[in-house]
Structures are given as structure tokens and as C-alpha cells.
Design a protein around this ligand. Structure first.
Ligand SMILES: NC(=O)c1ccc[n+]([C@@H]2O[C@H](COP(=O)([O-])OP(=O)(O)OC[C@H]3O[C@@H](n4cnc5c(N)ncnc54)[C@H](OP(=O)(O)O)[C@@H]3O)[C@@H](O)[C@H]2O)c1
Length: 257
């Protein structure tokens, strides 16, 4: 098993379905989302973290919510998908770099038949994405930007392609990612407004939700989904629940139960 870089693998307690102790890699190695893509689009899993009182942002970022176990699950998830998607708001504040920087994790990907580096997908209607984002300056990264802008980013070193729609059409973008880029599974890492767009489009199959043992009160902002106008609440089905040092890690199915 490969722990996150420079950190010993933590042991999580599985509370559901059947009790067990396992590492983040052992938990995620059972996850093969590329095998369950629905017709016409890749499978889509959201991965988000929030506080016990439901705040997804502290002082403008999500970093303060994360823990060693959360990070190890996060990196293990990235070894199991064809593409990682983020919204422009997240790209603007979280300073994304190469999605899988650890060579051992790229080897794990190759060992299950995935490309060593996942495709990175950024959704930005306006193309307001900083060119100096480390991801866009990384010559080993492949990035698709879904946008309604006719412009292109200058001075980027990554391999960047554009899927242009006026306005942005997420179902069509996913279908193109499937057909033209061979993407069978996507891990969406937020943020809240992109999550809302995907959920209202019926485009999400699973949610990985970490609950940090924190109450943020007014120090916290946003929830994991913002701006979703759902006719009625979506029912989700709990598939597993893990625990480490008071943090909970739930996996939910959405739509199909
Ligand atoms: N707790 C967590 O797990 C977590 C995870 C990720 C992010 N976050 C936090 O969330 C905050 C950012 O939230 P956010 O909601 O502003 O960010 P976001 O969802 O990452 O990005 C929103 C932007 O994405 C683009 N977008 C999303 N859906 C679109 C659609 N259907 N059509 C066209 N463009 C679309 C738009 O970009 P343009 O404006 O360029 O048109 C929109 O402004 C940050 O503070 C970040 O730290 C938390």
C-alpha cells in the first residue's frame, strides 16, 4: 500500500457496512468507478469536506478542514479516476498543481490500467482562470477547460484543450469527454457552485463527504452545494462510513440506490 507522500498510512475504522480497520488505500482500492459509467457520460463522484455544522470554507479556503486521513483518502481517490474536475472558483483560490504528483501513486494508476496522470478538467464560463496556476504551468499535465469564452489562456505550459459552448452545457461537455477523450470516470473536487450545476443536471452518481470534528459557526462559510434549485431534496444512500480521530468519512450513492 502507498501512503500519501511522507506520511505513514493511518488506520481508519470502518463503522459501516461491516466493522473493520483499513487504510485509505485499502478503502479506495475497492472503488472502480470506470466500470460503472452510465450510458453517454462518465461516472461522476463529488469529494467534499465540511464541518460538523456544514461549513465548507474557512477563511476563504477548505484546507483548514482537512486532516491526515482526509488527505490520504483524497490522494487515494485520485488514483482511481480518469479525470479530476474543478470549478474556476476553486481553481482561483486553491492553487492546484499536478493532480498526482507522487510517482508511486502514478504507478498505482498504471497498475489498474489507468493513464499515469489523470486528465484535469476546469469549468469556467468566463475563462477567468489564472495562467500562473501551477497545474497550467506543469508540462506533464493535460487540462481540458470547459468554457463559453472564445479566448485561450496565454503562456501556459500544460497541454490545454478547450470545450466551448455558449452557454456552457455540462451534459454535452461530459459526453464529449467520454467520446473524444475516453474519460469513463470523473472525480469532482468542487466547489459548491459547480456541484450545484452538476447535481441539478442529474449528473452526479456518488458523494464522498468528510465531516471534520469542528463547529465553525460564523467563522465558516458556504455549504458543499450552493445555488442548486432542486424541486425536492435528493435522497442519498449511505454506502460506507469510516472514522479517524473523530472525523467521519461517508460515501453516498445518489440517484440509483
Ligand atoms: N470544502 C470543500 O471540500 C471545498 C472543495 C472545493 C472548493 N471549496 C471552496 O469553495 C470556494 C469556491 O466556491 P465556488 O462555488 O465559487 O467555486 P466553484 O464551484 O469551484 O467555481 C464556480 C465557478 O465555476 C464555473 N462554473 C461552475 N458551474 C458552471 C456552469 N454550469 N457553467 C459555467 N461555468 C460554471 C464558473 O466560473 P467563471 O466564474 O469563470 O465563469 C463559476 O464562477 C473556495 O473558497 C474553495 O476553497 C471547498
Amino acid at each position: 500500500m502507498t501512503p500519501a507522500r511522507n506520511e505513514p498510512a493511518v488506520t481508519l475504522r470502518r463503522l459501516l457496512p461491516e466493522p473493520a480497520e483499513l487504510t485509505a488505500d485499502e478503502a479506495m482500492n475497492q472503488w472502480r468507478p470506470w466500470e460503472s459509467a452510465p450510458p453517454g457520460r462518465p461516472s461522476m463522484a463529488l469529494n467534499m469536506v465540511h464541518t460538523t455544522d456544514g461549513r465548507a470554507v474557512l477563511q476563504g479556503k477548505s484546507g483548514g478542514l482537512s486532516s491526515v486521513a482526509d488527505r490520504q483518502l483524497f490522494h487515494a481517490m485520485r488514483t482511481r479516476v480518469d479525470a479530476v474536475m474543478i470549478g474556476a472558483g476553486t481553481a482561483r483560490v486553491e492553487r492546484y498543481g499536478r493532480i498526482v504528483p507522487d510517482p508511486a501513486r502514478r504507478e498505482q494508476r498504471s497498475a489498474v490500467g489507468l493513464q499515469a496522470d489523470p486528465l484535469a478538467v476546469i469549468v469556467s464560463g468566463s475563462l477567468n482562470v489564472p495562467s500562473d496556476l501551477p497545474l497550467l504551468q506543469d508540462p506533464d499535465s493535460r487540462v481540458v477547460i470547459v468554457t463559453s469564452s472564445a479566448s485561450s489562456l496565454a503562456d501556459v505550459r500544460a497541454e490545454v484543450e478547450y470545450l466551448r459552448f455558449e452557454p456552457v452545457d455540462l451534459p454535452a461537455a461530459l459526453s464529449q469527454l467520454r467520446d473524444a477523450h475516453g474519460v469513463r470516470s470523473i472525480l469532482c473536487e468542487g466547489g459548491p457552485r459547480l456541484n450545484a450545476s452538476l447535481l441539478t443536471g442529474g449528473l452526479v452518481d456518488e458523494l464522498f463527504l468528510s465531516t471534520a470534528p469542528l463547529l465553525a459557526g460564523d467563522a465558516g462559510e458556504r455549504s458543499i452545494v450552493e445555488g442548486a434549485h432542486l424541486r425536492e431534496p435528493y435522497r442519498v444512500a449511505l454506502r460506507w462510513l469510516l472514522e479517524h480521530e473523530g472525523a467521519l468519512f461517508a460515501r453516498y450513492g445518489i440517484g440509483q440506490q
